[in-house]
Design a protein. Sequence first.
Length: 546
Amino acid sequence: MARTARNAPALLLALALVAAAVLFLGLTWHFTFLQDSWEFLINRRAFTADAFLQPHNEHIVVIPVAIEQILLHFFGMGTARPEYVILTIGLLVTDWLLFVYLRRRVGAWFALFGALLILFLGPAWELLLWPFEISLLGSVLFGLAMLLALERDDRGGDLLACLCLALSLGFSSLGIPFVAAALIAVALSPRERRRGRAFVVVVPVLLYAAWYAGWGHNAETHLSVRNLLASPRFVVDAITIGLGNLFGLGTNPNGGAVETTWGAVLLAVIAAALIFRRRRRPGFDPGLWPVAAAALVNWFLTAFNQIPGRDPSSSRYQYASCILILMLLANLLAKERFGRRAVLIGAAVTLLALGPNLVVLKDGRDTFEAQSVLTRADTGAIEIARRTVSPEFQLDPEVAGTPSLVDVFAGKYLEAVDEYGSPAYSEAELAAAPEEGRRQADIVLSQALPLGTRTTPGAYDRSGGENCITATPGGEVPIRSGATRIEVSQGPAASFALRRFAEGEFPVPLAPAPGGSVTVLRVPRDESPRPWYLGVEAEQPVRVCR
């Protein structure tokens, strides 16, 4: 019984990890490839040095590209579920490593509370629900593993730490803060061991330097004097926002002002408590300094590259930031004895924080669900139009309805589909998709085919012709592939619009036609037998003729 009670935190965490796996996979099971993932799928399918070593934004992404290629070759592009499984496994392993790290400093119960706060950290929804962010997750996972390996304080642990640090750097440039942590940890070693442990840092740094010399120096950067001068404020905001997010005081992922007041209050309370503690027990645990170095390097490097969309409150930054905050707190409170009352208070605070953070996680999931619908609809439209679409046709924001598909060009996309299968809606799935997806598919189709019109004023013929239908105002006429004449009798200008998969609206407007004109609408043949429907708004009769 005593052993069960002693192991209760670990058992509870194991149950929480299972619940989290079910939750994350349940939330993302019907998602497809999203946003930046398409850059890897479209442009990095080849087994070449450039495919692996070219930076993405400012990051090295060697290991994420390798993972994407492995999954692509084994599972194809028909489903993104393997990506989500890998992401979920990474989240669970990282959380367990964090629990082990915290347990060594503040005991099992408070380690459990910290692990639960990170496991269900709703404000980090981008990283929790988007496999592309495995680049940042991998750096944190292996950075944690490196610190734990160094604590073994033996040759085997040092070798493992060196490997983990190299892997952390191979996932993303978020590995750089863990290089700083390793450097401080090695520097704090006993003098007789320092030189023998130096390889832990030197080998990964040399590998990273080789990458930087060959490819990384071309990476995108936003370093500026403005960012340098503003970096202290950025760091303070990152700390206060991270503290607020940890305890369920974060903001809605879809916008709204960033609230830093609660985080500032928490920071002041923690600082006061630590000052009081230091008066009673001077000094800090040696593990504080490597984590402090990692945290500061992380926050300042992020500040130096700040642009709109990369603010202290950005979801993708919250995971690493909040983990580092917890590790700092654990080292500041190391060896502190917590009674039963403190444990109960900690449990209550954790439970109160989980509720709001799960709400934010659900809101973030809704954002990705909408992106997934647009992605499958837009790419489905490209496949329907594959006979005539230009290889250079791009899903830019004006066409796609979202800025997250700018890496998708029709030619390369269709090549990938032919080789690895399609993640898009089939025609039947598109017809049953949410309305926003069907509407956007019509817009993409109109541009990808493309539809063409030519209006000739004064060409209206009263005698009419064969195969004509007189359109009624507010009505609609089915349009098949080929050429269709739209004849507008004398009177005010008429307006037209088209739909195909959309219902209740005509999302594809055509140019208005003056009275007495004839417009020829050309619809290229594509992969779908489904007709278009022409909506007509006019005060006079309008004939639609094949």
